[in-house]
Each structure stands twice: as structure tokens, then as C-alpha cells.
Design a protein around this ligand. Structure first.
Ligand code: ADP
Ligand code: MG
Length: 244
């Protein structure tokens, strides 16, 4: 056995109005694994990730983070602390410096003393390759630096699971690499990660498995070698072909 499931998504369904957005999605993610979710836009990928930390509440199904069921659990904040969430628009606080952005969850949520939080925040910024920018504000940073601050902020909370929703989609092409490099290192350090991305090079070289989702359903799920070399479904072939 490769590892224990950290995350188990079981038959999750969600509709918005009369539109079915997630139509019975099931998969597991073992400890230390990285899975990449690909698929056309408007197909439920973000809704799926948001369901995992209950920013969206599914209509049916179960989502287990180890022994906690997320959809119906009473203390969602305790669960959210274990899940890092990084998305396209960074979500940094503009009135706080890079260092303060990383510290804030530590001091406000974890009630860590300021000095300790500052040390931890410096360590996390260093881990994503950012030194010397601690006192800069988000507006003074490049997109790639902003996204790395966002990753450092998530990591500072010591999550068990990291969710990435198109983390490089808002970046200029020359800045994408620095963010993907950080994510690759994280995956290699055996962080458990669920990543929505269109970066097929990353998917191919970093993921343990790729999930192709379309119209709220998992069409195919396979290790990257198989997904790229011999996808089973015609729809997967068409999607991958279009990207090339
Ligand atoms: P993806 O991330 O794959 O592009 P999303 O999960 O963002 O897709 O959206 C899937 C579908 O659900 C889209 O048609 C979108 O318009 C719709 N949708 C997403 N969020 C909401 C919402 N809060 N209210 C209504 N419709 C939504
Ligand atoms: Mg999306």
C-alpha cells in the first residue's frame, strides 16, 4: 500500500439552480500524493476544490479529511486550518507587508506570540525563495512573488493538505516557472496536494495521478504516463490534443 488516504471524496454532487455542476465525483488522495485536476473551463473544478474546504456546500456526498467529514462537520474552522488554499488572485492583504501577510494567520488564528510568528514567517518566505522582500507591500511585488507569498502564508499554518486552483493563471508567462518550481519542491517534500492547472508540463512531471473532469464528472483518472500516452477515452484525447 502506497499510503493512507488523507482525503476521500465520495459521490459529491452540487447544483447551482438547475445546473448540475458536480455530478457524483469520487476519488481519494493519499498522504504525500499530488493529484492534478484538468478539464475545460466551467466544468466544476473550482467548485470541487471549494467543496473540500466548504466554501461551497455540496448537496450530496461525503468529503473526509482523515476521520473528519467536512460537509456536515460542526467545527469547519478547525478543518480549514488543516487545509491550505491557493488560488489565481493571490488573496493577499494589500495593507500588510509580505511578512505580515504570512504572520497574520499565525497571530490571529493560532494565537502565536508575535516574535515567534515573525520567525516562522521569515522561514516560510525563505522556503519559497523570497528573502529581502519581507517589508514590501503586495503592490511592490511581481505576480510570481505575490503568489509565492500566498503559498508561504498557507504553509505557515502547517496544513495537511494544499489546494491549488489555477495558481499560475494570472501570471505573465515568464513568472509561471518560479511558482511551479516552488510547487514541485513541495510535492517532492511529500506535501499532499490537489492542483487544478492547465500547465501540462507540471502535471506530467510532478503529479502522481491526473484527473480529467468534464461537465462535473470524472471522465478518466490515470498516472501521467498513461494519461498522456494512451488515454482511454476519446474525450480525454480530444482535450489533451487541443492543448498542444
Ligand atoms: P471551473 O473551475 O471548472 O472553470 P467552476 O467550478 O468555477 O468551473 O464552475 C462550474 C459551473 O458552475 C459554471 O457554469 C459556473 O458558472 C457555475 N457556478 C460556479 N459557482 C457558482 C455560484 N456560486 N453560483 C452559480 N453558479 C456557479
Ligand atoms: Mg476554476
Amino acid at each position: 500500500m502506497a499510503g493512507k488516504p488523507l482525503l476521500r471524496v465520495v459521490n459529491v454532487k452540487k447544483r447551482f439552480g438547475d445546473k448540475i455542476v458536480l455530478d457524483g465525483v469520487s476519488f481519494t488522495l493519499n498522504k504525500g500524493e499530488t493529484k492534478v485536476i484538468i478539464g475545460p473551463s466551467g466544468t466544476g473544478k473550482s467548485t470541487l476544490l471549494k467543496s473540500v474546504n466548504r466554501l461551497v456546500v455540496p448537496d450530496e456526498g461525503e468529503i473526509w479529511l482523515e476521520d473528519k467529514e467536512i460537509i456536515r462537520c460542526k467545527n469547519i474552522n478547525a478543518v480549514r486550518q488543516k487545509i491550505g488554499y491557493v488560488f489565481q488572485d493571490f488573496g493577499l492583504f494589500h495593507h500588510l507587508t509580505a511578512l505580515e501577510n504570512v504572520m497574520i494567520g499565525l497571530t490571529k488564528v493560532k494565537k502565536m506570540p508575535k516574535k515567534e510568528a515573525m520567525e516562522k514567517a521569515r522561514y516560510e518566505l525563505n522556503r519559497v525563495g523570497l528573502t529581502g522582500i519581507e517589508d514590501l507591500y503586495p503592490a511592490q511585488l511581481s505576480g510570481g512573488q505575490k503568489q509565492r507569498v500566498a503559498i508561504a502564508r498557507a504553509l505557515a499554518m502547517e496544513p495537511k493538505l494544499m489546494l491549488f486552483d489555477e495558481p499560475t493563471s494570472a501570471l505573465d508567462p515568464e513568472l509561471i516557472g518560479e511558482v511551479l518550481a516552488v510547487m514541485k519542491e513541495l510535492a517532492e517534500s511529500k506535501m499532499t496536494m490537489l492542483v487544478v492547472t492547465h500547465e501540462m508540463g507540471f502535471a506530467r512531471s510532478v503529479s502522481d495521478e491526473i484527473i480529467f473532469i468534464e461537465k462535473g464528472k470524472i471522465v478518466e483518472q490515470a498516472p501521467p504516463e498513461k494519461m498522456f500516452r494512451e488515454p482511454e477515452h476519446q474525450r480525454t484525447r480530444e482535450f489533451l490534443f487541443k492543448l498542444k
